[in-house]
Structure formats: structure tokens, C-alpha cells
Design a protein around this ligand. Structure first.
Ligand code: C2E
Ligand code: MG
Ligand code: MG
Ligand code: MG
Length: 275
């Protein structure tokens, strides 16, 4: 039954928008109530060297199970947390958890794996980021070279002197820097030229059809040649098939990460299967 003031019409017209807004609100409200140690946990996905198929490290990926038992994927809540600034406490929680995991693994394995941690640009821009990061490393007695920081490139990464200096400082400590989702942002090549980077992670979108689409294949090929000029490593993300893997071998890609080799998994499983 339509209302004479047209309210219903607006509701119907903007139904998707209204749903989106209320979904976002719901996530925001739920995020405020989250109990970090209870509701958040990390999964780990192996990163494989193509040379000898050995594991070079694990990417830590956050998981959220609400108290009602609902799983909310990071692709849905991380962007909202970025908007609200809640990404900062989440980010420090992830760093702490992942570094603690290294000490736990060290008690059962001699392999000393490296962990790659996704860090929001917002967090990197925090004045005391390095200090807090160092504190966490020291407290857990973990060497900085066992951590890689993945910067999500699609987030606006301003070409600032501060950012460059900060990344350089991290590198001097021994921590490596990876550009995540390479090829999906606007200024990928520009970052590559101007920022200190150890590794690029070629976005899954470019890998998906690399064996079928000459255009995607050529972009990846070009990215790899540029990386070679700069002497940085290339890892391909979201590798799911043998055909994709073969293309990446042809292109002399350094490393892969993807379901073809292993899905993200709980830390106990990671250690059992791979360390
Ligand atoms: P990302 O950092 O690019 O991580 C790769 C995503 O691709 C992960 O999704 C991973 O599970 C998925 N993936 C890996 N291999 C395959 C594959 O072969 N096929 C398919 N279909 N997917 C694959 P996930 O865990 O859902 O994370 C999504 C995004 O959320 C991440 O993308 C990252 O941007 C963000 N994220 C996850 N954890 C964190 C975190 O701790 N902190 C921050 N700031 N962001 C995070
Ligand atoms: Mg990542
Ligand atoms: Mg990625
Ligand atoms: Mg991504």
C-alpha cells in the first residue's frame, strides 16, 4: 500500500542503497562490540617458491566469527573498518597475533618461517607505527626480517616523503615491503619506481585468465620485466589451476600463492602440513 507522501516509492527506488547502508551500519555496530581475542582469529596461507616449490612464508589473513556464529569475510568488514578508523586497533591486533604465532611455531619447528601481514595505509601513516611495531617484535623476541608488510595498493598511497622514509626505515630494520593486488590500482608502476619495495603481489584478477587472455598475460609479463629491472621479487596471487601455474613458470615468476597449492588454514594445520 503506497503512501501518499511518496515515502514508499523512494524506499523501493533506493532499495539497494538502503540495504547497503543498513548492512554497513550493522557491521559498524557489530565491530564496536567485537571482542578481539574471542571473535577474531588468523588463518595462514603458504607462499611457495616456484624454483623448488618450498614454502617461503605465510600470509596472515584475518577471520571474524561473530558471537552469533556468523562469519563475516574481511573483504566486507575491512573496507568499513578503514572508513571508520577501526582498522587501527584491528591492525595492531593482527600484527601482535601474527608475531606471537611466529614464537609459537618456533617452539615446535626449526624452520623460522616468515609471516606477511596486511597493513592499511592509514596505519602506516600513524606517527608512531614503527615504534609500536618494534615494541611488538622486541616483546616477542622476533627478528624484523621475519615479517613482511603488505601494502594494499588500491588504497590511495600518497607519494609523500614521510611514507618513503617510513618504508625505508622498515627496510633498514630488515622488514620487507610488498605491494598487494599489484595491477589493480591506478599508479602501480609509479609506486614501483618511487617507493622502496621488495616484492609485488600480482592481483588475482590478472592471474584468473592469464592462460586465456593475451592481454592479461602481457601485463603480467611486463610487470615481471619491470620488477627485474628494480631487482624485486614477484609473487602471483590466487593461482588456482595448473594452466595458470604453467604460464607463470614460462614468465619466470618467482613465487605463487593460491588454492592450487593451499588455501588459508589455521596455524596448527599450517605447522603440521608445511613447517
Ligand atoms: P589480499 O591481501 O589480497 O589476500 C588474498 C585474498 O585472496 C584472501 O582473501 C585469500 O583467502 C584469497 N585467496 C588466496 N588464494 C586464492 C585462490 O586461489 N582463489 C581465490 N578465489 N581466493 C584466493 P581473504 O582472506 O578473504 O581476504 C580478502 C582481503 O581482505 C585481503 O586481500 C586483504 O586486502 C584484506 N585482509 C585480510 N586480512 C587482513 C588483515 O589482517 N588486515 C588488513 N588490513 N586487511 C586484511
Ligand atoms: Mg595481502
Ligand atoms: Mg592481494
Ligand atoms: Mg585483495
Amino acid at each position: 500500500q503506497a503512501r501518499s507522501d511518496g515515502f514508499n516509492k523512494i524506499m523501493i527506488f533506493d532499495k539497494n542503497l538502503v540495504e547497503l547502508v543498513s548492512y554497513k551500519n550493522r557491521i559498524e555496530i557489530m565491530l564496536k562490540k567485537v571482542q578481539f581475542d574471542k571473535d577474531f582469529f588468523l588463518y595462514y596461507q603458504p607462499q611457495i617458491s616456484l624454483k623448488d616449490e618450498s614454502i617461503i612464508g605465510f600470509e596472515a589473513l584475518i577471520r571474524w566469527k561473530t558471537q552469533e556464529g556468523e562469519f563475516i569475510p574481511p573483504g566486507q568488514f575491512i573496507p568499513i573498518a578503514e572508513e571508520t578508523g577501526f582498522i587501527i586497533p584491528i591492525g595492531y591486533w593482527v600484527i601482535q597475533k601474527a608475531i606471537k604465532q611466529l614464537t609459537k611455531w618456533d617452539t615446535v619447528s626449526k624452520r623460522k618461517p616468515r609471516v606477511a601481514i596486511n597493513v592499511s595505509v592509514k596505519q602506516l601513516n600513524e606517527r608512531n607505527f614503527i615504534t609500536r611495531f618494534q615494541e611488538i617484535l622486541e616483546k616477542n623476541n622476533i627478528s624484523p626480517d621475519r615479517v613482511e608488510i603488505e601494502i594494499i595498493e588500491s588504497v590511495q598511497l600518497e607519494e609523500s616523503a614521510e611514507m618513503k622514509e617510513m618504508l625505508q626505515k622498515l627496510q633498514q630494520m630488515g622488514t620487507s615491503i610488498a605491494v598487494d593486488d599489484f595491477g589493480t590500482g591506478y599508479s602501480s608502476l609509479y609506486y614501483l619506481k618511487n617507493l622502496p619495495v621488495d616484492r609485488i603481489k600480482i592481483a588475482k584478477q590478472l592471474i584468473d585468465r592469464i592462460d586465456q587472455d593475451i592481454y592479461d598475460y602481457t601485463i603480467v609479463k611486463t610487470a615481471i620485466s619491470i620488477a627485474r629491472v628494480k631487482g624485486i621479487k614477484v609473487i602471483a596471487e590466487g593461482v588456482e589451476t595448473k594452466e595458470q601455474l604453467e604460464c607463470l613458470r614460462q614468465l619466470d615468476c618467482d613465487e605463487i600463492q593460491g588454492y592450487y597449492f593451499a588455501k588459508p588454514m589455521p596455524p596448527e594445520e599450517a605447522i603440521e602440513r608445511w613447517i
